[in-house]
Design a binder for this molecule. Structure first.
Ligand SMILES: Nc1nc2c(ncn2[C@@H]2O[C@H](COP(=O)(O)OP(=O)(O)OP(=O)(O)O)[C@@H](O)[C@H]2O)c(=O)[nH]1
Ligand SMILES: [Mg+2]
Length: 371
């Protein structure tokens, strides 16, 4: 498969299998940050249902599958378009097809390391089965990617349950600017509320103009209280107030919004540690979850952010947003494979219901079709 190997100097973790891959990697290095809109559209609530604790997501399985299939449409179109071109005129999976497949996976934002893992598994399968037709490739990819991802040692999030003695359960949401932190908080607040939990939000992004307003709007729409102070006030103080109020009001789950920050801005990263320290004065083991939100539509940039953010602060879960309307959904496979920190949720739209627990098997089945 790989004739010779070259290490990409800019991103040494990107191990480039061959020249084709080097080209793809360089393209990925050049990916620009995506702009984002500021709109906060919310579709009307489709269904109100009191859900059990163990499956708190208010949409039933078919609705979730529909949203997932629709959300991944662009990724599928792009991936299968490339795959079809790669195998055109070839009947069996040979070294050439594998080389092309490698390129398809890398250019679909799966990431170099995960791509090499997938290719290795398929090579083993081809060696075992002697003859594999290109028509079988799709099913093989689905199976191998699904088993690669389930070999990871983290379990999928099927539901949400507050662990014994962790009330209020505190989730602090972090990430760079515009990735969808506040929106994810709004969506989660809605889901938790639907499940019958008492929810409170903390507007600890006091930095960006209109950030407080934005989370207050979400609070009103979802019908949960938001603890806030003036813009420019100390985020740690807002977090302290939120937790104090949560304890006094017997709240089940607290979601703390934070300002967008880059991992390499020391002052801003220190601010996160301060927020944590101050929260611990009220709830000693808070935050119980530090959720990193990543914008999936930025592809390999999301991957880089995950790497750098997890190295800079103790992240315990991830949410990948904006998978709808992008062809870069393959990044979820790479992130889920490469990080031991679980991807808990995926964002598939701007509406309240467009957040789902990430289920690796269902994700791969949606991408490659059911058996
Ligand atoms: N299509 C789509 N848009 C999303 C999704 N999640 C968030 N957005 C949009 O992304 C934009 C930014 O979302 P915010 O929630 O404000 O992002 P943020 O990380 O809080 O931004 P800052 O507070 O500025 O750092 C908004 O227009 C959201 O509606 C998603 O899953 N799909
Ligand atoms: Mg925000």
């Amino acid at each position: 498969m790989a004739a010779y190997q070259i290490t990409c100097f800019k991103f040494p973790h990107m191990f480039c299998g061959n020249v084709k891959m080097l080209k793809s990697s360089l393209n990925l290095c050049l990916n620009a940050w995506r702009f984002r809109g500021n709109a906060l559209p919310l579709r009307p609530q489709k269904r109100k249902a009191a859900m059990g604790f163990f499956n708190f997501f208010s949409r039933n399985k078919e609705q979730q599958k529909e949203t997932l299939d629709k959300g991944l449409e662009k990724t599928k179109e792009s991936f299968f378009g490339k795959l079809t071109r790669a195998v055109a005129g070839k009947s069996r999976v040979d070294d050439d097809v594998l080389d092309d497949l490698e390129e398809v996976l890398v250019t679909s934002d799966v990431g170099v390391d995960t791509t090499l893992n997938i290719i290795r598994r398929i090579e083993e399968r081809v060696a075992r089965d002697k003859y594999v037709s290109t028509g079988e490739l799709n099913g093989i990819l689905r199976d191998e990617i699904a088993s690669l991802l389930t070999e990871n040692n983290t379990a999928d999030t099927e539901g949400f349950q507050i662990p014994e003695g962790k009330k209020p359960y505190v989730i602090m949401v972090v990430g760079v600017n515009g990735v969808g932190k506040t929106t994810t908080i709004g969506k989660l607040a809605w889901q938790f509320k639907q499940a019958g939990l008492k929810v409170m939000l903390g507007a600890a992004d006091t930095f960006r103009a209109a950030a407080v307003e934005q989370i207050v709007i979400w609070g009103e729409r979802v019908g949960v209280p938001v603890v806030k102070q003036q813009m420019g006030s100390d985020p740690a103080s807002v977090a302290f107030d939120t937790l104090s109020s949560a304890v006094a009001n017997d709240v089940d789950v607290v979601l703390i919004d934070t300002a967008g920050r880059l991992h390499n801005k020391k002052g801003l990263m220190d601010e996160l540690s301060k927020i944590k320290r101050v929260m611990q004065k009220v709830v000693p083991d808070a935050p119980h979850d530090v959720m990193l939100v990543l914008d999936g539509s930025t592809g390999q940039n999301a991957f880089e952010q995950a790497k750098q953010f997890t190295a800079a602060t103790a992240v315990t879960s991830m949410a990948i947003t904006k998978l709808d309307g992008t062809a870069k959904g393959g990044v979820v496979i790479g992130i889920s494979d490469q990080f031991k920190i679980p991807v808990r949720y995926i964002g598939l739209g701007e509406g309240m219901e467009d957040l789902q627990p990430f289920n690796r098997k269902e994700f791969v089945e949606s991408l490659f079709g059911n058996k």
